[in-house]
Design a protein around this ligand. Structure first.
Ligand SMILES: NC(=O)c1ccc[n+]([C@@H]2O[C@H](COP(=O)([O-])OP(=O)(O)OC[C@H]3O[C@@H](n4cnc5c(N)ncnc54)[C@H](O)[C@@H]3O)[C@@H](O)[C@H]2O)c1
Length: 307
């Protein structure tokens, strides 16, 4: 009994201390880690956020391993890095295939070395309402947006585990926190990516691997082309983000080992509201914020393959 009481007091003090340091850290610029000796693997490096992150890491001196299903776009990212005297390698990989991920991972380990920062970024969206979405397309969405995170992490975590050092970054989405009409497949795949990150960080902590950082990123829509045509009802509160702004925030979060990044900031408030409001009120408010119509004019990437 006294043991439990002692543990309770210890936990209270620890929690108080952690909350206090978190509040203080909001006002003090976080120190940024040096990534010049890191091997950074980014999936979906051929376009959008992946390409921008690859360029940023290269400018900080990292060796960047660009991975994408689109060989031409991926090589163009790697070539741009090399033309600016950076270090980059390009590997074509279909992240919807576990076999392809494991095959490419072995190639990367043999020819580049152990990946020390893994950024699971590749993603797809069908943009179709649930009943219009074919079974194959739903499976593909989960394979790329969720399951790929498992296979890449399985491939590269063991080396991080051995050294108790590394970083796993999951690019999820605000759609991994809030359901949206017309995004059943996408939202649930991103909820999966968010849950994967949360459980993984618990497992790492329980194993005493505090040298391995995790970061999950949940942005609202970003103007990369992936969600072309979507609309926001209140652009002042929930703006469609510019890619450079989003990548600035993502890089800051990674470099300071921030565990969770939601953007824009109002998402933190909406998440708190969601946790205690009655579901019916949550639906009413989501509808008011436009979650029912945001996908009405979705076009996505022009010329993208549909199922
Ligand atoms: N753009 C947004 O509004 C937005 C918002 C929240 C989260 N996100 C997430 O951010 C990440 C990056 O999105 P983006 O806007 O840069 O998209 P994007 O379409 O510009 O880039 C995605 C990249 O992933 C690659 N890819 C797709 N399928 C693949 C596969 N099977 N194997 C390997 N590579 C594959 C594509 O070729 C492309 O280069 C995605 O996970 C996306 O879900 C995007």
């Amino acid at each position: 009994m006294s043991n439990i009481f002692a543990e309770f007091v210890y936990i209270l003090i620890t929690v108080f201390w952690q909350i206090l340091t978190a509040i203080i850290s909001c006002f003090i610029p976080a120190s940024r880690k040096d990534v010049s000796n890191e091997i950074v693997l980014i999936t979906g490096a051929g376009s959008g956020l992946g390409r921008l992150m690859a360029l940023r890491f290269a400018s900080l001196g990292s060796t960047v391993v660009c991975v994408d299903i689109n060989t031409q776009a991926n090589e163009s990212t790697a070539n741009q890095i090399k033309s600016e005297d950076g270090k980059a390698f390009a590997f074509t990989c279909d992240c919807s295939s576990r076999e392809d991920i494991y095959r490419v991972a072995e190639d990367i380990k043999a020819s580049v070395g152990d990946v020390t920062i893994l950024v699971n970024n590749a993603g797809i969206v069908s943009g179709k309402k649930f009943m219009d979405c074919s079974d194959g397309l739903i499976e593909k969405t989960f394979e790329v947006n969720t399951l790929a995170h498992y296979w890449t992490t399985k491939a590269f975590l063991p080396a991080m585990f051995e050294k108790n050092s590394g970083h796993i970054v999951s690019i999820a989405s605000s759609a991994g926190l809030f359901g949206v009409t017309g995004l059943c497949d996408y939202c649930s795949s991103k909820f999966g990516a968010y849950g994967f990150n949360e459980s993984l960080q618990m497992e790492l902590a329980a194993a005493g691997k505090n040298g391995i950082a995790t970061t999950v990123v949940c942005p609202f829509f970003i103007n990369t082309g992936m969600f072309d045509g979507v609309q926001t009802r209140f652009p002042l509160l929930l703006p469609i983000l510019e890619p450079d702004y989003a990548v600035n925030k993502i890089m800051s979060a990674i470099l300071s080992n921030q565990r969770v990044l939601l953007m824009p900031r109002i998402l933190y408030l909406l998440l708190i509201l969601k946790s205690f409001l009655p579901q019916v009120t949550y639906i009413t408010l989501s509808d008011f914020f436009g979650a029912s119509n945001t996908m009405d004019h979705f076009k996505g990437r022009a010329g993208k393959k549909s199922d």
